[in-house]
Design a protein. Structure first.
Length: 619
């Protein structure tokens, strides 16, 4: 969704940093972009619909088209924004930054200001004129209002204005008369400050500044900051002690945010599956001493020992990982699990006993619905755990403990390697909760270690999968079926296909076919049948027979050695043998590659599917 970047320092041009930073955030999805920078004493204020590259062109063409000269500025300072429309359509006036009528205050904002109508009406009654339909535009006018009515300097007026806002936001502002400072504020929407040598960077996502520094400060809710080249002064608006100046080191390299030799981030990230599993088990899974060690759960060891029920909450792909987690934890650890969509869980009134633990799963750690789900149980005195990829993200910080995915940055909108990491970690949590008592304990520890090489083998099927994708790319509908662990896997396969290829796809338990979905089957309605070895294979094979009898084309994903399936399916992809509990990891790689090549075949924008954004920071 929307992105924010900013720079203050003398080591480089803020305009250059802002443009490059916005380009680094393009993967999140956006429809317009803009910036306000004070560079070599000239204030530039530009915005437009469309790509950041257009903005770059405009700047190059109108390089000296400054609003005014800021004589005193020795430091380069500026902010930029990519907008993903929420309030108001995709137009130039609605793009950020927004400004006051004197055009000396510039504000960019991510998130939603819930009480903007109220503020807007008040400001209009005071004579303020608005140029956009956005909620953000109230902020520069409100700061202006407080500066005039209270005869206040910019920063006190900024803080008063921020205190008036309700909703979820990250705000960055610059003021022409203080040309060497960026002001930021945060409530439920991420903002990170990068610490350089006599320079500071800001970004809504660390991947925009990782090229410059790995030292960062994550701003907390209700915190505001005045950031100059020399320092970032952070204070809390709710009277809490600002967790300020806690500089942490990002744990990934800049190259991990780049595409390298791959034509799309999605393909690169699918190919990172073996390394992702490796990172998720490194230092944790120790078959030689028959142990699993999850350092992130050490601090809540005692509470974990008392839980008798788990609720997993997540959205989209992370939710489907959660469903696989339900099967894993129930079978391996014997703890009852319920998985709830965050958007449902947060509004549900259900009894939650003290023995319940809630696990939030999120790649970004910034999904608004999942954050709201955790916030709902904040005061219930129950254990809140996270399985999060983005280090330092909101969910990582508002949960009591958790296990990081360590999958590195995921840039393609369609989540791939994060799912692989989440399922691996859910297996680890199930093993950890079983205290070694499950008969699956030792076999799974061993198999987890072998899995990266099996994932590598699976990736070698790429050219076969590409051919299949080309063969079936014209289908209008797809059904994905599976049983047991492969049922949630089928749901994820369908989601992946629909989100990047725009083909209608449904996931279904193979056992449910006869209860309705079978009616859809004809010679134009292909089914991807997940039919790997396991106690329910025969039953899935029967379901495949039923589809075949209705002339439905069948693509089977099966285990090496299953010859019989060739007689039923039109096409078969064989994955390496593994234990039933870990089959989703290999089967998912095949489905991800299939969805990818279908989208490529259809000439679609694989990494940035229409209408979608990476990291859904609004409800
Ligand atoms: C699908 C996809 C989404 C996300 C969902 C949750 O490929 O990417 O369905 O899985 O928006 O996002 P996170 O995991 O960041 O909370």
């Amino acid at each position: 969704m929307c992105g924010i970047v900013g720079y203050v320092g003398k080591n480089e041009s803020s305009t250059d940093f802002v443009i490059n930073g916005l380009k680094a955030l393009e993967y999140r999805g956006y429809d317009s972009a803009g910036l306000a920078t004070i560079d070599k004493g000239k204030l530039k204020y530009l915005k437009d619909v469309g790509r950041v590259a257009n903005l770059d062109k405009l700047i190059k063409n109108n390089g000296d088209n400054a609003l005014k000269e800021i004589g005193s500025a020795k430091i380069s300072c500026g902010i930029g924004h990519t907008r993903w429309a929420t309030h108001g359509s995709v137009t130039k006036p609605n793009a950020h930054p927004h400004t006051n009528s004197a055009s000396d205050i510039f504000v960019v904002c991510n998130g939603i200001i819930e009480n903007y109508q109220e503020i807007r009406e008040k400001l209009v009654s005071e004579g303020y004129k608005f140029k956009s339909e956005t909620d953000t535009e109230v902020i520069p006018h409100l700061i202006d209002f407080y500066m005039k009515s209270k005869k206040a300097d910019f920063y006190p007026a900024f803080k008063t204005a921020i205190s008036d806002l309700r909703g979820a936001y990250a705000v960055a502002a610059v003021y022409a008369d203080n040309p060497e400072t960026i002001y930021v504020a945060r409530l439920s929407s991420p903002i990170v400050i990068g610490v350089g040598d006599q320079e500071h960077f800001i970004a809504s996502d660390p991947s925009a500044l990782i090229h410059k520094t790995k030292k960062v400060i994550f701003l907390n809710d209700y915190e505001v900051a005045q950031i100059t080249a020399k320092e970032a002064k952070i204070e809390s608006l709710d009277g809490a002690k600002a967790a300020a100046q806690q500089v942490v080191e990002l744990d990934y390299e800049a190259e991990e945010s780049e595409m390298g030799k791959y034509p799309h981030f999605m393909l690169k990230e699918i190919h990172e599956a073996p390394a992702t599993i490796q990172s998720a088990i490194r230092g944790r899974v120790k078959p030689a001493i028959n142990t699993i060690k999850l350092g992130g759960l050490e601090s809540v060891k005692q509470q974990l020992g008392l839980i008798d029920r788990i609720i997993i909450t997540a959205c989209g792909t992370s939710y489907y990982a959660g469903l696989i987690g339900e099967y894993l934890i129930e079978e391996i650890a014997g703890v009852p699990v319920e998985v709830q969509l965050s958007s449902e869980f947060k509004y549900r009134n259900e009894p939650l006993s003290r023995g319940t633990a809630v696990i939030a799963i999120s790649q970004s750690g910034e999904t608004a619905d999942t954050i709201a789900a955790i916030k709902k149980v904040e005061d219930y005195g129950i254990l809140k755990l996270g399985i999060v990829n983005a280090v330092g993200s909101t969910l990582a910080r508002i949960t009591d403990a958790g296990v990081y995915c360590h999958a590195g940055p995921e840039q393609s909108v369609a989540s791939t390697k994060a799912f692989i990491a989440q399922v691996t970690i859910l297996t680890e949590i199930a093993l950890h909760l079983s205290n070694g008592k499950s008969k699956l304990y030792s076999p799974l520890l061993k198999e987890l270690v072998d899995l990266p090489s099996k994932a590598e083998e699976t990736l070698k099927l790429e050219s076969d999968i590409k051919k299949l994708a080309q063969k079936y790319a014209k289908a209008r509908d797809f059904l994905f079926i599976g049983r047991n662990y492969l049922y949630p896997c089928a749901l994820e396969g369908a989601l992946k296909l629909k989100e990047i290829s725009y083909i209608h796809a449904e996931g279904c338990s193979a056992g449910e076919m006869k209860h309705g979905p079978l009616a859809m089957i004809d010679e134009n309605f292909p089914t991807i049948a997940l039919a790997c070895n396991g106690p329910l294979l025969e039953k899935t094979m029967s379901n495949i027979e039923e589809i075949k009898a209705r002339k439905g084309p069948i693509i089977a994903i099966s285990t090496e050695g299953n010859e019989k399936i060739k007689t039923l399916a039109d096409d078969v992809i064989y994955v390496p043998k593994t234990v039933e509990q870990l089959q989703p990891l290999l089967v998912t790689i095949v489905m991800q590659l299939f969805a990818y090549f279908v989208a490529v075949e259809k000439g679609l924008n694989v990494d940035r599917p229409r209408n979608l954004a990476k990291s859904v920071t609004v409800e």
